[in-house]
Design a protein around this ligand. Sequence first.
Ligand code: 9MR
Length: 417
Amino acid sequence: MYSKAFLAALLAPAVSGQLNDLAVKAGLKYFGTALGEGVINSDSQYAAILNDKSMFGQLVPENGMKWDATEPSRGQFSYSSGDITANTAKKNGQGLRCHALVWYSQLPSWVSSGSWTRESLTSVIATHMNNVMGHYKGQCYAWDVINEAINDDGQSWRDSVFLRTFGTDYFPLSFNLAKKADPDTKLYYNDYNLEYNQAKTDRAVELVKIVQNAGAPIDGVGFQAHLIVGSTPGRSQLATTLKRFTALGVEVAYTELDIRHSSLPPSSSALVTQGNDFANVVGSCIDTPNCVGVTVWGFTDKHSWIPNTFPGEGDAMLYDSSYNKKPAWTSVSSVLAAAATGAPPTSSSSTTLVTVTTTPPVSSSSTTTSSSASSTPTGGPKQSRWGQCAGVGWNGPFECESPWTCQKQNDWYSQCL
Ligand code: 9MR
């Protein structure tokens, strides 16, 4: 005789266990990744993971849509690099984030060293946007309209040809021009180190208000989240910071997430800490209404911008350089799965059944299930913090590493906490 819970599980919609599928079930719009234009056609393992929509539901070009790639000389537009990501996303049915328009970096010298009046630089920005946003019209969920306009100390605006020509008027001006070029995409301000809720975050709030007070459209703020293992704020602190922006009426997203080790190789405990940090970031998005999604800035330690910029640091990704899933992958999938399966499904709208193994669901009356209290195998490999440890369809491991215990979220999902 099967229990009611067991029969309900048979009819439950499947949770594939891949990151984008879980994220969507958890209420986010996507879990995405940057696409390295130099890698996709030369590394088949990389391509196989990136092309899997259940893993990554949205792509962003790492470099291909930046100004130096799209308009290297005035009026000469090139989309060969940007199209790699746009066409890959289209082929796979994935979404597209578009990055980046007005940015001091990767800006060709004809712009950065030109001598401009307000009028002539306005025309240059408008022409750039009309062409580039026009080329990708209808494909971009969002565009990063302005990128990294705040100095690292948060005390002042970052120097650029745009600031020198317009002062802060280039903030509303850029958003207004972007709206004209593509009225249907979301328009974002995007920056790093906003996660710490310090002076730079205050400045970003100020920037959003400057744009809004000028009557210009701004839809979102991107938190790049280039973070450091062990120095990443906790889940509720991160959510508090995100909510400072959603309170202004804009959506938020993590747009370039990676969490690097400051010394290599990482110890096994540093890998667990990295997993906790990733879980906190993703969890904070789940906890914030209007946090729409998470994008990682690459997914394998084999290919990353970090070692070039921070020599001796790195291993910031979800997969190691041999494409093994790291504890960080497990913790992200666990946090998403906990949210995705938080409420037992009430209907059998999907025709796919969960895979049922001989492992019974943990008792529905208990809230905390230790492995010794369940009829699950013991003595095998142990699950790390955040990892799944029981539930219908789960094949193990069933025991948690000390000091974590296997805590039931629902019949389909228990987690080492
Ligand atoms: O990952 C990008 C790397 O390949 C480029 O060399 C670098 C040049 O600026 O830009 C990197 O991406 C950056 C992104 O566009 C904006 N935020 C910071 C990212 C990491 O530097």
